[in-house]
Design a protein around this ligand. Structure first.
Ligand SMILES: CC(C)(COP(=O)(O)OP(=O)(O)OC[C@H]1O[C@@H](n2cnc3c(N)ncnc32)[C@H](O)[C@@H]1OP(=O)(O)O)[C@@H](O)C(=O)NCCC(=O)NCCS
Length: 200
């Protein structure tokens, strides 16, 4: 079940409800909850960025840098992930890069307390639905490091195809690894949505 609650306003995506989750925009008032996972090296480095240094730095990012990115990089706002019935942000799922007018890349991070429960596939499916049906995207891509098995598994579970393996690049800490790029076309998403048992 994916329930989209409204329309896009400027670059702000509407809230979405799924079986277990409520996805909404991240606010400055979420800074402390977000800092609790965005400060963890095991969360941020595999996602390609350094840990947040303080709650204040996280609040500054939410208030100033994040909205500026929507304008400068022409990406719509992403989502904070809350378990239904709570208002606590435990992760994020975003569009983080625009490759062409109608091709965006997505990224995701989740607090380790919630890993392994299928939360990110559930949240990411909601972003795919919004991306293809409201934003009007043709294709969505995911890039991940070759050692990031959890992220590769997410891409597989969502029905993405592995399109390229760029050998011997460096991760955000300078460690050599391959870079994997996955892609999902709108037509493939529609096919998979009509026959969800094709997904594992
Ligand atoms: C990637 C991440 C969002 C996954 O979220 P999640 O909600 O725990 O995802 P899932 O519940 O589907 O579990 C991950 C899957 O990967 C598998 N997995 C995890 N680590 C693995 C490993 N080392 N080797 C093989 N498979 C692994 C799990 O078994 C599970 O698959 P399954 O459901 O078939 O058993 C979370 O691990 C995270 O925040 N990681 C740090 C940030 C990050 O790497 N972001 C991605 C950047 S590209």
């Amino acid at each position: 079940m994916i329930k989209i609650l409204g329309q896009i306003k400027d670059s702000k995506l509407p809230d979405v409800e799924t079986e277990r989750l409520y996805l909404r925009q991240r606010l400055v008032s979420d800074a402390e909850d977000i800092f609790s996972y965005a400060s963890l090296p095991e969360v941020t480095w595999p996602a390609g960025f350094p840990p947040a240094e303080s709650v204040e730095a996280e609040a500054y990012y939410l208030e100033n840098i994040m909205p500026k990115r929507w304008v400068e990089q022409k990406v719509p706002s992403g989502y904070g992930i809350c378990l239904k019935g709570t208002n606590k942000v435990i992760g994020s799922v975003d569009f983080n890069h625009r490759h062409a007018d109608d091709v965006l890349e997505m990224g995701y991070t989740l607090h380790p307390d919630y890993w392994g429960q299928g939360i990110m596939p559930e949240a990411a499916r909601a972003l795919l639905e919004v991306g293809f049906n409201l934003v009007g995207l043709h294709k969505i891509e995911i890039e991940c490091y070759s050692y990031n098995k959890a992220s590769q598994r997410i891409a597989e579970k969502l029905g993405f195809t592995l399109e390229s393996k760029i050998r011997d690049r460096k991760d955000a800490q300078g460690k050599r690894c391959d870079l994997l790029r996955y892609g999902l076309l709108k037509s493939e998403w529609e096919e998979l949505s009509a026959a969800p048992d094709k997904l594992n």
